[in-house]
Every structure is written in C-alpha cells, then in structure tokens.
Write a protein that binds this ligand. Structure first.
Ligand code: 13P
Length: 287
C-alpha cells in the first residue's frame, strides 16, 4: 500500500529527475494529488505538516483516509505518506500511526543535538522500513506559524548528517516557504554544488517549491535535488478557482451550493498545478 520514499528517490537521483512532495489539507487535496499522479504514472509523496495533521483530526485519521483512497480509487503508482518538518515527538507519533516516511527537522538544534536525535531516528526508521528526511540549515519563510530566518547550510554539516544513513537530506540554499519576495536573490547554486559534492548519492530535498522559476528547478535537479516540496501553490490555485466560482454566482444557481459542486473547481485547479509540477520535475512515467 503505502511505500517508503527510499526507492523512488534513489531512482530519481540516478535518473536525474525529482519526485514531488505535495502537501495535503483535506480529502479533496488528497484525491486531486493521487488521481493526477496516477494519470501521469508518477510516484508521489503526500506531505503532512503538524498543523495539517491536527486539522485533519490526527495522524491515524490521515493514514486511514489515504490508505482507503488508494484502494477506493485504484491507485497503483508508488505513494509515500510523509510527515513534513516534524519535531522529534511528532516523528514518533507518525511512525506509530502508520506513516511510511517522516521528516525530522532538527535544524534549529545545535548540530550535535541534531546529529544525536537524527541518529536515533535512523535506527528506528530502518527497523520499520520507513524513509527519513533530515534537515540542515533552516528554510526561510513561514510555515504553520513557524518563521524560519532562512540560511545556507554548511556542506560539512550536511555530510555529517548524510553519513548517519538518512534517506534524504533537506538543506537550506536560500529557499523560502510561501511566496518569494520581489527582491529574492534566487537559489544559491554554489551552496547546492558544495553540498552535492560532499553528500554524493544522497537524494537532496528542495523545500519551498512554490514560485521557483522553471530554469532554477531544472538546474537544482541537475545538481542533485531529487525531491521538491510544493504546498502554497496548490493553496493559491484552489483559492483562486473557488473565488471564481463564487464571484460568478454559481453557488446561487440550482444546487451550486452542494459542496461536491462548490469544491470541484478548486479540486480541478489543484490537479492542474500538480500536473504542471510533475511535468517540470520529470517524474511522469517513472512509477
Ligand atoms: P511552499 O509552500 O513554498 O511550496 O513550500 C512547501 C514546503 O517546502 C513544505 O515543506
């Protein structure tokens, strides 16, 4: 059913493409992402932040929903269910609830403590066949009320964490969650190259996928990025399409107020965004 992200990411690294992590918020989100991945024959990672986990009534509810949906929709492409920016405590909660992948974000700890906690989780995840993402150098911007300053990771620290045996490594390279400001200087490819040289075969993760220009995405993939996280862009597409439906007065026509109708344009808009990203990342037909 759910799979670890290890095999899909190792294949992506070898094949010079990236697998998308699309964050989920509810049933429509999950359905739109799964159907699009299936239609495009692409592996996919469903990301769940701690805030989204709480919103969707806890990790067990999410595991139940996703597993049920994979069966009910006849999804056959590889799907990993992944905790996004997890704390130490929530990594354990997700492992217990049946997630197939977790991120432990220890980037705010001193490096020794990040290493110690990551090392412990590597052993636990290996035993259970779950993939583990670690982070060095915080990602800028705001996510779930947590504001990161954003920094470029130290390549030597990246090597120390990669050598612990994590499945994939997120490293700050000037990327930011949410919309990029007009004066954003762009990704630091110098940093990415130095990290890649130090970490070898380790699949690297690019957070803050929303709004990074296509050429930068392609260059990042060529330098070893194998997983790209997208959240805000699906939220913006969903909101714009829903706004369009209501502003056109469609909720006032016939049974236009039925949630299955009201939420349909937003769901289709998420599908279009996911389709565009899968094409850009190069993971279509790689299931
Ligand atoms: P965006 O919201 O900027 O797409 O970032 C998503 C992300 O990195 C989740 O971890």
């Amino acid at each position: 059913m759910l799979v670890s992200a290890k095999e899909m990411l190792n294949k992506a690294k070898e094949g010079h493409y990236a697998v998308g992590q699309f964050n989920i918020n509810n049933l429509e989100w999950t359905k739109a992402i799964l159907l699009t991945a299936q239609e495009m024959n692409s592996p996919v990672i469903l990301g769940v932040s701690e805030g989204a986990g709480k919103y969707m009534c806890g990790y067990k509810t999410i595991v139940g929903m996703v597993e049920g949906m994979i069966e009910g929709l006849g999804i056959t492409v590889p799907v990993a269910l992944h905790l996004d920016h997890g704390s130490y405590e929530h990594a354990y909660k997700c492992i217990e609830a049946g997630f197939s992948s977790v991120m432990f974000d220890g980037s705010h700890y001193p490096i020794d403590e990040n290493i110690e906690k990551t090392k412990e989780l590597v052993a636990v995840c290996n035993e259970k066949g779950i993939s583990l993402e670690a982070e060095v150098g915080s990602i800028g911007g705001e996510e779930d009320g947590v504001v990161g300053a954003g920094e470029c990771a130290d390549p030597a620290e990246c090597k120390m964490i990669a050598d612990l045996g994590v499945t994939m490594l997120a490293a700050g390279i000037g990327n930011i969650h949410g919309k990029y400001p007009a004066n954003w200087p762009g990704l630091s490819f110098e940093t990415l190259e130095a990290i890649s040289n130090q970490t070898g075969d380790m699949p690297l993760v690019l957070h803050g996928g929303t709004g990074i220009p296509a050429e930068m995405i392609q260059k990042a993939i060529s330098l070893g990025v194998s997983k790209i996280n997208v959240n805000t862009e699906c939220q913006l597409s969903f909101a714009a399409a829903t706004r369009g439906y209501i502003e056109a007065g469609k909720d006032l026509q016939g049974k236009g107020f039925d949630p299955r109708k009201l939420l349909a344009p937003g769901t289709e808009a998420i599908k279009a965004t996911v389709r565009e990203k899968i094409e850009l990342f190069g993971s279509a037909n790689k299931a």
